[in-house]
Design a protein around this ligand. Structure first.
Ligand code: GDP
Length: 527
């Protein structure tokens, strides 16, 4: 039995794709699903092409919820591995859930647009992966278009993200002049044949000892080929060394070039990725114990709760990352926070096109539990006597803020109850102004406000008024440093829900001004 579990866990590759909107995350996800046979044609993953949603389109968003639930986790088998890709919603769907999803993966793939380089959202998501020390694989996309110099891109990666890089392959030309990829790792050249856009379209030529194509080949006539050889030589001499250990600890990112749209370099990427991407490893508990994924008993934590936006179905789905053991439908678990026993009979697993009832899942997999209000984000559930509680999920620094109040002053009770519960659940963050105790809610993405407002009305029958305060920079201070005179119109003093003081700065300028004026006051941010 145990041996069987070990094999199953070993086969799991659970990761997220992080990128800035439009870098090509959806396109590459689809290519991966095609390789895995999970979908039959491209264009299936994104039911919507996220445009801008006006408020009146909210009902439309709800309808779309169905899609976003099913694409939350995409599972398929490939070369004996079971791949779980966790979606990290961007565009208007960007929220704290996007960050929290990164708590549930074992590695990340960072997709970068070769013309744009490192963009803000990539940087934010990267930081979270870095904090966790998980391996990060880089795919520099859109090679079929003219982009920036590959060496420039590598330099930017190292400077902006402060991570070492190792190019696994190197472009031979780009845009209309794209001739191929010099695969420095596999010692081959992949010839680009734009007319062949299919699973077996690439032509792969092995390199000789000297790292060149043996004999005659038209590509050798091109100056782009010589240029690529020169670049690779330079990188081999002056660049970072390949190190499997450094990849595993997240200190070095292997970099792949390619084009998701024309499916060039994607298969090589996938094959190398599954080779180096880690299988599930042990998780730490609050009392510093390690729980191995192959432990007999089931355990997991909840990293995301998605409310059903259909008022006729008030249920929610709690997403569980399984950390150890086996999930079989109907097992009894204990909710660590309350010690309550719960039978997990109503569970679901996600695929690209369908949602299926899950019967069996193991450590590394993600399952969805229908929830009527038992679970909170960060909760641990465990089977039998395992009795564990996993480390708390981090909180993320909100960037957008709204003042919030009940529309009907007579309905304060339901207002407070709703705010309290949704804040506890992790849907939004709450702050209070110092003396007046006005409520301010904070989020990392606009969608969180919309969901908050909608759920307040539908679940707590509380109509709210939200007044935008715009984006702010939130910085916490030590309670002993607190002096209320430090507060001004440009830096609003508030408390978080644990009563810790923080300032909401109007902008960078206001923050620098403050730092100059009070050099001894330490300003800290969450992640
Ligand atoms: P996402 O927002 O990161 O999910 O990006 P999408 O996958 O939706 O891609 C954004 C746009 O870039 C779409 O119009 C894609 O067709 C296009 N795109 C994605 N990958 C490539 C690529 O390799 N080459 C080119 N030329 N366009 C691409």
């Amino acid at each position: 039995m145990e041996h069987y579990l070990e094999e199953e866990v070993e086969a799991r590759k659970t990761f997220a794709i992080i990128s800035h909107p439009d870098a090509g995350k959806t396109t590459i996800t689809e290519q991966l699903l095609l390789f895995g046979g999970a979908i039959r044609q491209a264009g299936t993953v994104k039911g919507k092409k996220s445009g801008k949603f006006a408020k009146s389109d909210w009902m439309e968003i709800e309808k779309q919820r169905g899609i976003s639930v099913t694409s939350s986790v995409m599972q398929f088998d490939y070369k004996g591995k079971r791949i779980n890709i966790l979606d990290t919603p961007g565009h208007e769907d960007f929220s704290e859930d996007t960050y929290r999803t990164l708590m549930a993966v074992d590695s990340a793939v960072m997709v970068i647009d070769s013309a744009k380089g490192i963009e803000p959202q990539t940087k934010k998501l990267f930081k979270v992966c870095r904090m966790r020390g998980i391996p990060i694989f880089t795919f520099i996309n859109k090679l079929d278009r003219d982009g920036r110099e590959p060496l420039d891109l590598l330099e930017e990666l190292e400077e902006v993200l402060e991570i070492d890089s190792y190019p696994m392959n190197w472009p031979i030309g780009m845009g209309k002049g794209l001739l191929g990829l010099y695969d420095n790792y596999n010692k081959t050249i992949e010839i680009h044949r734009p007319e062949v856009n299919g699973l077996n379209g690439q032509k792969v030529i092995p390199l000789n000892e000297a790292g060149e194509i043996e004999g005659e080949h038209p590509i050798k006539q091109s100056s782009l080929y010589t240029q690529a050889l020169d670049d690779v030589e330079l990188l081999n001499e002056a660049g970072n060394e390949f190190s499997e250990e450094k990849i595993a600890s997240g200190e070095l990112t292997p970099v792949f070039f390619g084009s998701a749209l024309t499916n060039f370099g994607v298969e090589t990427f996938l094959n190398t990725f599954i080779n180096f991407a880690p299988s599930p490893t042990a998780h730490m508990t609050t009392d510093n114990k390690k729980v191995e994924p192959t432990a007999d008993e089931f355990s997991g934590f909840i990293f995301k709760i998605q409310a059903n936006m259909n008022p006729a179905h008030r249920d929610r789905i709690a997403f569980v990352r399984i950390c150890s053991g086996v999930f079989d439908r109907g097992i009894d678990v204990t909710l660590a926070r309350t010690n309550k026993k719960i039978k997990l009979s109503n569970s679901t697993q996600f695929m690209a096109e369908t949602r299926e009832v899950v019967q069996h899942a193991v450590a590394g997999d993600i399952i969805g539990l229908y929830d009527t209000g038992n679970f909170q984000i960060g909760d641990t559930i465990f089977e039998g006597k395992l009795n564990v509680e996993y480390e708390k999920l981090p909180q993320f620094t909100p960037e957008m803020f709204m003042k919030v109040q009940a529309k009907n002053v007579m309905k304060q009770k339901s207002f407070h109850k709703g705010v309290q519960q949704l804040v506890q659940e992790g849907a939004i963050q709450l702050y209070k102004t110092f003396h007046t105790e006005d409520y301010i809610v904070g989020a990392v993405g606009q969608l969180q406000f919309e969901v908050f407002q909608y759920r307040m009305l539908n679940e707590y029958n509380s109509e709210i008024i939200m007044t935008p305060m715009g984006s702010k920079i939130a910085r916490w201070i030590k309670p002993e440093d607190l002096d209320e005179n430090m507060s001004s119109s440009r830096n609003l003093l508030v408390r978080d829900r644990f009563d810790n003081p923080l300032f909401l700065f109007e902008n960078q300028f206001a923050m620098r001004w403050f730092a100059d004026k009070y050099p001894n006051v330490e300003l800290t941010s969450l992640l």
